[in-house]
Design a protein around this ligand. Sequence first.
Ligand code: ADP
Length: 213
Amino acid sequence: MRVIELSDRQEKIIQIVKDNQPITSEDIACKLSLTRSTLRPDLALLTMSGILEARPRVGYFYCGKSSLNFFYDTIKKIKVSDIKSLPVVVNEETTVYDAIVTLFLEDIGTIFVISDGFLSGVVSRKDFLQSCIGGTDINKIPVGVIMTRMPNITVVKADESVLDAASKIIEHEVDSLPIVHEVKKDDGNIGYKVVGRVSKTNITRLFVDLSRT
Ligand code: ADP
């Protein structure tokens, strides 16, 4: 498995903390001839990943974690809600044609389908292509006919980790997951309200952001 390398500056910060702990961010910045605000993202990342510990009014301590644990710990701590996108949703009655137009207008690959306000299905590029080459009258047939339907939808909750979401995406071989909030329906059954979307793109963007921090 590849792990994200710490930047030279982050390695230097760790060494300074190891040699001088506890040390304030001001003193770390002074030793590196940088401003505190320049260091803030590095310190946030190093504490979030458990490499450093920040004690208020005392300073930073080294916790001894290796960068090998760092990647796992970081993506385990980041919640799906931290990286989510807005979901694009249509009703089951929407025609396949209108749903395809939505796909283009919103520039996405997957649309979530709802019925009475609750998640009822997912429709993706392959579903649309299949219905088109199969000769479906896309102006008449609703997406409800061609979508993948509940309960076969893989979902994720907002407080699940990015690692959980990535594992589900790989395991179920899909591009995106609806982020859902579980609600007890009037009939006593459990329904899902769609509150967001997490896709391979969100996760890839997070990787790039982490490597730039
Ligand atoms: P694409 O069609 O662009 O390759 P996917 O690989 O995500 O996109 O979709 C493949 C199949 O999986 C489609 O039939 C789609 O309806 C279904 N699918 C997509 N996302 C999910 C999900 N979260 N849960 C269950 N099935 C899904």
